[in-house]
Design a protein around this ligand. Structure first.
Ligand code: NAP
Length: 312
């Protein structure tokens, strides 16, 4: 890892402070030189109120990492790409699939990197699970079951954007499961039906059920629920000819046919910044919209049920 890229980060909130700042600090391939946030600042770097001010004042910046909510991601990414910067997007990569496709085209035309990151794909159990499912040993996949349930008041306290159009509601965590499933399955997945349960005072669902089918005919079922507690369930079970593959704790733990597999320590965000560095160095992009497309298809074809007000 030779080159050191000057990096700016935009949207200093929960995920920027919890994960991005420590991961960047531990990554020798990036030097954090500036931040843009309307109400927050980071010690030791130059701070700006928004991305336009950052781009205007920092012409030598190589790359930006966008950590604000999805509703503002397109405008920020567009500004950065048009300024010739490499861009890393937090998940979901946009509020709509078409936004992400448009950004990808602009990145290609400008010859810069676009990295639509999916942090859950960097969870320790994901690559060993993908490799086993792709192996002859596993045989055919018979079914996939996803349970992604948590207490929204615990995990998203005070976050209003999740309830607004483009905020995805329960799909904000649920899309993490879809990012794992689309990564580890050796088959494509088609959405066949969905039910979205939305409180009378929110624009986005608090719970959802997805019925999908893999191209080998295996059913793929996902249940997402934000009315769960106090212990979250972030589980994926895949039945195969050779037994059950189970992922627990959002991809931190793996068992195959009843045997716990040592997948090593958790390092999602350090792995994401290693990948961003590699993409820039090799003049490549990584944009996979499949998890977002499944969510979009659920909004498009799903049955919508109204439930009692959330009281946000
Ligand atoms: P957050 O703390 O609510 O928001 C991040 C920051 O974005 C805010 O502090 C705010 O900073 C800025 N922001 C908010 N609304 C804005 C707007 N309308 N225009 C411009 N800036 C705005 O959210 P978060 O939890 O960090 O999540 C951000 C993204 O990371 C989401 O896409 C989420 O899915 C993803 N993510 C979150 C987590 C998690 O555990 N929280 C985990 C993985 C991924 P200023 O007010 O200072 O501008």
């Amino acid at each position: 890892m030779n080159a050191v890229y000057q990096l700016g980060i935009v949207g200093i909130g929960k995920i920027a402070r919890d994960q991005h700042l420590p991961a960047i600090a531990a990554q020798p391939g990036f030097e954090l030189v500036a931040c843009a946030s309307r109400n927050a600042s980071v010690d030791g770097v130059r701070n700006y109120r928004d991305i336009d001010a950052l781009l205007a004042a920092e012409p030598s910046l190589d790359a930006v990492s966008l950590c604000a909510p999805p509703q503002v991601r397109y405008a920020q990414a567009l500004a950065a790409l048009e300024a010739g910067k490499h861009v890393m997007l937090e998940k979901p990569p946009g509020a709509s699939v078409s936004e992400v496709e448009a950004l990808y085209e602009i990145a290609r035309a400008r010859g810069v990197t676009l990295f639509a990151s999916w942090h859950s794909r960097a969870a320790s159990a994901v690559e060993p699970a993908r490799a086993w499912l792709a192996s002859k040993e596993a045989g055919a996949i018979r079914s996939v079951e996803v349970r992604w349930k948590e207490d929204v008041r615990r995990w998203h306290p005070g976050q209003q954007w999740i309830w607004e159009p483009g905020g995805l509601g329960v799909f904000d965590p649920g899309i993490n499961a879809l990012s794992i499933v689309t990564q580890i399955m050796p088959h494509e997945i088609a959405l066949r039906g969905a039910t979205l349960t939305t409180p009378s005072d929110t624009a986005t669902p608090i719970a959802a059920e997805l019925d999908c089918v893999a191209t080998n005919g295996a059913p793929v079922r996902a249940v997402f629920d934000w009315r769960h507690g106090p212990v979250e369930e972030w589980d994926i079970d895949i039945e195969t000819d050779a037994g059950r593959l189970s992922m627990r704790e959002g991809g931190k733990r793996l068992s195959i046919a009843g045997k716990e597999i040592d997948v090593g320590a958790e390092r999602e965000y350090p792995a994401l910044y290693e990948r961003f560095h590699e993409l820039i160095a090799t003049q490549a992009s990584d944009v996979d919209v499949r998890p977002l497309r499944l969510v979009a298809d659920a909004f498009l074809t799903g049955r919508h049920i109204e439930t009692e007000a959330f009281g946000r």
